[in-house]
Design a protein around this ligand. Structure first.
Ligand code: 5GP
Length: 352
């Protein structure tokens, strides 16, 4: 792991251009990066400006990047709904970058809290995304597959992609069976279309945090349980899960090691061309019947995708644009193949 080599890597959760940064002491010394880039930390001796380089960059010259705490603080100042707690020395041990903090020489000399980093659980990184410490991970042959989470706006074609993937290799891919409280229909069997349970049991399970997500539809509950994901993984299958992006943070554990794929719509022009003969079950339609796409559906899809990307983009491992379905499907397939063979960057926090 990264720590064994004494190297510290972080994933940038925001775009940074030093030329646009009024606070940086020297713009030429800054390192620009994009959301999702992996950076290697070269020095954290300064409270405000860290030194880093792009991972794998042969050039040993490091550039300045805003420190986690500095970036968090100035972002929070712009967003008054986020409360920044005063920091205590004792908090340092539970900070996100524990090892890197211990490496600080200045810290020892002055015996002062150089890095006023607060407990990572004091607020949600979704509120102030800055950096996340990561390490390389490669799945070993005996290990369970990583959970694959698909997110995207209504109508983008996520279900179609999921279906294509499932029928391409039914032995390899699996989906969860949802729970419902509605009565079983004659052609349905328990455990196949749904797991049928009573309202009382459903409510108890909700209380006990057994569900990843749940909702109500026509006076019945529907939901996806954590155990239903486990049972797919236990069959040694890749579990495909599509959920609202806000649920992703609860799934980010060592057990699931989720790999999050965002299915993104193309431009509105391309949507009009490619979805000419397709149908959508609009979120505005109470009946749930599929109808041809309207201009409003396209606009809603694009707007919803923009909101998802700006709020949860830092949780996405991969973005696939579903312009042409076949092209998107092939890209998805390649992504899955790489997921099983290549080394990927995963949060260090999964180990704690
Ligand atoms: P039906 O009762 O006709 O099988 O399904 C009714 C609705 O329940 C569907 O429109 C579907 O969107 C919703 N539903 C099915 N499974 C789940 C689930 O796991 N979670 C949530 N929130 N809704 C579901």
């Amino acid at each position: 792991t990264a720590s064994k080599e004494g190297k510290v890597f972080i994933k940038a959760l925001f775009d940074y251009d030093p030329k646009e940064d009024k606070a940086i002491p020297c713009k030429e010394a800054g390192l620009s990066f994009r959301k999702g880039d992996i950076l290697q930390i070269m020095s954290q001796d300064d409270v405000t400006w860290w030194q880093a380089k792009h991972e794998g960059d042969a050039n040993p010259r490091a550039g300045l990047i805003p420190s986690k705490h500095f970036q968090e603080r100035r972002l929070a100042l712009r967003r008054p709904e986020i409360v920044v707690q005063p920091l205590k020395l004792s908090n340092r041990k539970s900070s996100g970058f524990r090892r890197s903090f211990r490496l600080s020489r200045k810290d020892k000399k002055t015996n002062k809290s150089m890095y006023e980093c607060k407990k990572s659980d004091q607020y949600d990184t979704a509120d102030v995304p800055t950096y996340e410490e990561v390490m390389p991970y490669r799945r070993q042959a005996h290990e369970k597959y990583r959970l694959v989470v698909l997110v995207g706006p209504v109508g983008v074609g996520l279900n179609e992609l999921k279906r294509k993937l499932l029928i391409s290799d039914t032995q390899h891919y699996g989906v969860t069976v949802p729970h419902t409280t509605r009565a079983r229909r004659s052609q349905e069997s328990d455990g196949v279309e749904y797991i049928f349970i009573s309202k009382h049991l459903f409510e108890t399970d909700v209380q006990n945090n057994k569900f990843i997500e749940y909702g109500e539809y026509k006076n019945n509950y529907y939901g996806t349980s954590i155990d239903s994901v486990r049972s797919v993984l236990a069959k040694n299958k890749v579990c495909l899960l599509d959920v609202q992006p806000h649920t992703v943070k609860h799934l980010r554990t060592l057990e699931f090691k989720p790999y999050v794929i965002f299915i993104k719509p193309p431009s509105i022009e391309r949507l009009r061309e490619t979805r000419k003969n397709a149908k959508i079950i609009s979120s505005r339609d109470d009946q749930g019947t599929a109808k041809p796409f309207t201009e409003e559906d396209f606009q809603e899809m694009i707007k919803s995708a923009q909101i998802m990307e700006s709020q949860y983009g830092h949780l996405f491992d991969k973005i696939i644009i579903n312009d042409d379905l076949t092209v998107a499907f092939n890209e998805l397939k390649t992504t899955f193949d790489k997921l099983e063979t290549d080394t990927h960057w995963v949060p260090v926090s999964w180990l704690h």
